[in-house]
Design a protein around this ligand. Structure first.
Ligand SMILES: *[C@@H]1O[C@H](CO)[C@@H](O)[C@H](O)[C@H]1NC(C)=O
Ligand SMILES: *[C@@H]1O[C@H](CO)[C@@H](O)[C@H](O)[C@H]1NC(C)=O
Ligand SMILES: *[C@@H]1O[C@H](CO)[C@@H](O)[C@H](O)[C@H]1NC(C)=O
Length: 814
């Protein structure tokens, strides 16, 4: 191998030449460096061998090799210099031999001369150390411990001696150092020493440059790359990408929703790096909710996620590699609320029933509204329907008071259905409602109210005791006993007797019964007050006036006041002989205690001495002559007059009227004859007194009539109340009442049927009826039989003694 360092080679040649000269003796030895350039002068062989230079050419000096070896040098015939003829590579010629000598011969002819020339080829550092491989590969397990050694191949250097590999250098690195050992033959080999453990996960492989350096000058070196492959050991546990995973999951998420994916990586390889996931100590409750894909690390929903049950979950997840190394992470799942719970309305308390008299603003109930959701979803608004006298008043937190807003009236609305509606603020909002039934309890706040403002009852006189003639009714809208009406009579007096002796009222039904038989002629009407009281406590009551009107029944016969009905009183009218037809001669006066038609009297002559002579006014009772009196007429005339009322059936009474046709009282003695042989002087004097008084009263009567007419125009009811009043005892009791109670007059005008004439005549007999006849409190009552008796008496025996006269009034005194 040749290197173009001419100068350097020349220098070596000179040095070796001078050395060779010293040892030259027949043979010459030259020492020269290998790889000298062709033509380089090794030495002057002529001079060294003592040859003449000018003869060289003639002597055909030449260099031969021993045998047929290659000729490496030549001789310059002109100068005698030995010059390099061919490349001399020591390594190629001698290999590793320590000395390398080329033997050449200089041959001269004429004479033949042979000189040996030894060329000692000196090594120069022309070869670098060299490794056989392009790369040294190692596979070192990462678990290799510190101090582990790895033998390296030697490097080779063709040079010898110090030009061969002297040392090795390792590229600076953190894991390995180099340990170089020298063997016996000076060969050096090296070892890698692990100074710091390898980590495959950090550095899978590393390349180190190993350099072998020789000792030449200049130094040469050769390098090789040591490629270290770090083999895996399961020295890495899986590592999660996060130690804590946070996920948020809406509640009610459908099954199979992926919540979060955990991921752990294992730096190791192969099975050592194959990670599987599973839950670490998961409660059964959670197991039902979540699943974990053990390869993909996906956590999915499998159950019903309810925020209200658990608002957040913390799951521990383990990752395990094939060799069993584990690590853990935490998954925190925050459940987000969904408005899935409607508000719940609870009735905490309720005053039920609530008394109707509670003042407005009374709290009647407490309501609690709850929503299990959170935040907005649990903001609840509650209300009740309109148009009720109640409202909801928000109270503490989610409590509400149910409060009355107005008065309650059980009688109007007795119960309420209050619908409470609660709506949350979620989106969409949920609402629920609850119906509360509230009854209103009764308070006795309504008095009984009669259906009518006043009642009128008509009862026919002579009613049966116990008969019902009227009913009152009062309503009380209150409840049960507060609305139970009880009727009663208010104590009062009617005609001085307690009202209860006339009437009674059925406390339950309001039916009014007569306690006794009523008599129209005694009184025609009266008023009672009926009270209706409820059974509350305290009771409420009201009262009503019941006006009882007694209606008339024709139970009284006409009562003849004049003449005396029996006709035994010797009351005789004088009829002047000169009386013309139509003259008023007398008048029958009768009254009837009844009223109306029952008291409308009609007069009839039923029997007369001379039927053609007298007539009687049908209604006036006036007896008039029908024609002029003639001389032939019987002086004594006798009429029997029947008085009938217009009732159904009608009742009647009869009387006898004695008329004396005479101008003169002197003819009176004849009266004795007429009066049925009455000779008693006492009786005669009575008669005289009677006659005189009749005439006197008749005149007075006319005057009174005029006066009464005048008065009546202004004060019609005082007919009998004036100066000429008939003493009350004279008339049946209810005569007076006609004027006393004005109310009856319009309906039952008793007076309307009393003729003027009959009134005028009344006064004639005031005295006869005065003290010994009708007591005020007794009823005028007469059956028709009483009168037939009278008629009978009249026909058979008209004569009567004064004692009989007194007793004759007795029927009226019953
Ligand atoms: C209240 O509701 C009940 C039952 O639903 C019903 O019977 C009753 O009539 C209702 N009352 C009112 C006042 O609406
Ligand atoms: C009647 O009213 C009273 C109060 O006035 C009340 O205490 C009572 O409960 C009521 N009775 C009924 C049956 O409602
Ligand atoms: C009857 O009622 C009236 C008013 O309706 C009242 O003034 C009177 O006091 C009541 N009488 C009794 C006895 O209750």
């Amino acid at each position: 191998m040749s290197y173009g360092f001419g100068l350097t080679l020349d220098f070596f040649a000179v040095v070796f030449l001078s050395l060779a000269l010293r040892f030259a003796s027949g043979d010459v030895t030259y020492s020269l460096a290998e790889e000298m350039k062709r033509g380089s002068v090794i030495g002057n062989v002529a001079k060294d061998l003592g040859l003449e230079t000018r003869t060289l050419s003639s002597r055909k000096a030449r260099i031969d090799t021993e045998g047929n070896g290659k000729r490496y040098c030549d001789v310059n015939l002109n100068t005698g210099d030995l010059i390099v003829a061919d490349r001399m590579d020591r390594e190629g010629l001698c290999g590793k031999k320590a000395s390398c000598v080329l033997k050449e011969e200089l041959v001269l002819e004429n004479p033949l001369e042979l000189h040996r020339i030894s060329l000692h080829i000196q090594d120069i550092n022309d070869n670098s150390p060299q490794f056989i491989e392009n790369m040294i590969s190692f596979e070192i397990r990462e678990s290799a411990v510190k101090g582990a050694r790895f033998l390296l191949n030697e490097a080779h250097d063709a040079d010898i001696g110090s030009n061969t590999v002297q040392t090795y250098k390792l590229q600076r690195n953190e894991h390995f150092s180099l340990d170089v050992n020298t063997e016996g033959a000076g060969r050096k080999h090296s070892e890698l020493v692990l100074e710091k453990e390898l980590d495959r996960e950090q550095e899978k492989e590393l390349d180190l440059l190993l350099t072998a350096v020789d000792g030449g000058n200049p130094q040469k070196s050769g390098s090789v790359v040591i490629h270290v492959t770090v083999l895996d050991a399961n020295d890495n546990a899986p590592v999660f990408s996060q130690t804590v995973y946070k996920a948020s999951l809406p509640e009610n998420s459908p099954p199979d929703t992926v919540v979060v994916t955990v991921s752990a990586t294992d730096a190791d390889e192969g099975p050592n790096g194959h990670v599987v996931y599973d839950f670490d100590h998961l409660s059964d409750e959670y197991v039902a909710l979540y699943s974990l894909d053990n390869k993909a690390g996906e956590i999915r929903v499998t159950g019903q996620i309810d925020y209200e049950t658990e608002p957040s979950y913390e799951l521990r997840i383990r990752a395990k590699d094939g060799a069993g190394l584990t690590s853990y992470c935490t998954v925190i799942i925050d459940i987000t609320d969904v408005n899935d719970n409607a508000p719940v309305i609870n009735l905490i308390s309720l005053i039920n029933p609530v008394p109707e008299n509670v003042p407005p603003g009374t709290e009647v109930g407490i309501i609690n509204v709850q929503d299990r959701d959170s935040e907005k979803n649990r903001q609840v608004h509650s209300s009740i329907q309109q148009n009720l006298p109640f409202k909801l008043v928000p109270s503490i937190k989610n409590y509400y008071s149910l409060v009355t807003t107005g008065p309650l009236d059980r009688e109007l609305v007795s119960d309420y259905n209050i619908t409470i509606t609660a709506t949350d603020e979620g989106s969409p909002p949920l609402s629920s409602s609850k119906s509360v039934h509230l009854s209103v309890a009764d308070v006795n706040d309504n008095p009984p109210v009669f259906e009518e403002q006043s009642y009128k009852a008509y009862v026919t006189e002579n009613n049966k005791p116990g008969s019902t003639f009227c009913s009152v009714s009062a309503l009380d809208p209150d409840w049960r006993q507060n609305g139970t009406v009880i009727y009663s009579l208010l104590p009062a007096e009617v005609n001085g007797a307690p009202v209860s002796s006339y009437l009674s009222v059925n406390g339950d039904t309001g039916l009014i019964h007569a306690v006794r038989s009523l008599d129209y002629e005694q009184f025609r009407s009266f008023k009672v007050h009926v009270m209706a009281r409820d059974n509350g406590s305290p009771p409420l009551s009201s009262n009503v006036t019941v006006s009882v009107f007694i209606t008339d029944v024709n139970d009284n016969s006409p009562q003849i006041l004049y003449p005396a009905p029996e006709g035994h009183s010797f009351m005789t009218e004088l009829v002047p002989k000169a009386a013309h037809g139509g003259s008023l001669v007398s008048k029958v006066i009768a009254v009837d205690a009844d009223s109306g038609q029952n008291a409308w009297l009609s007069y009839h002559i039923v029997k007369s001495t001379d039927p053609g002579l007298f007539t009687i006014g049908l209604h006036s009772g006036e007896i008039r002559t029908q024609r002029d009196i003639s001389e032939s007429d019987n002086m004594k005339q006798n009429l029997i007059v029947a008085v009938k009322d217009n009732g159904q059936p009608s009742l009647s009474a009869t009387c006898s009227m004695y008329l004396l046709i005479s101008d003169n009282l002197a003819e009176v003695p004849e009266l004795k004859d007429m009066s049925y042989d009455e000779t008693n002087s006492k009786l005669t004097s009575y008669l005289i007194i009677a006659l005189v008084s009749v005439s006197t009263f008749f005149l007075t009567f006319i005057i009174v009539i005029l006066g009464v007419r005048f008065c009546r125009r202004r004060k019609p009811r005082l007919l009998f109340d004036g100066a000429v009043a008939i003493p009350s005892a004279y008339l049946p009791p209810n005569y007076a009442e006609v004027d006393g109670t004005g109310t009856l007059r319009s309906t039952y005008n008793y007076d309307a049927y009393l003729t003027t004439g009959s009134r005028t005549s009344d006064f004639k007999f005031v005295r006869s009826y005065n003290d010994n006849t009708l007591p005020a409190d007794q009823t005028l009552k007469k059956s028709p039989t009483d009168f037939t008796e009278v008629f009978g008496n009249f026909d058979e025996s008209p004569e009567v003694s004064p004692s009989i006269f007194v007793s004759a009034t007795r029927p009226f005194a019953r």
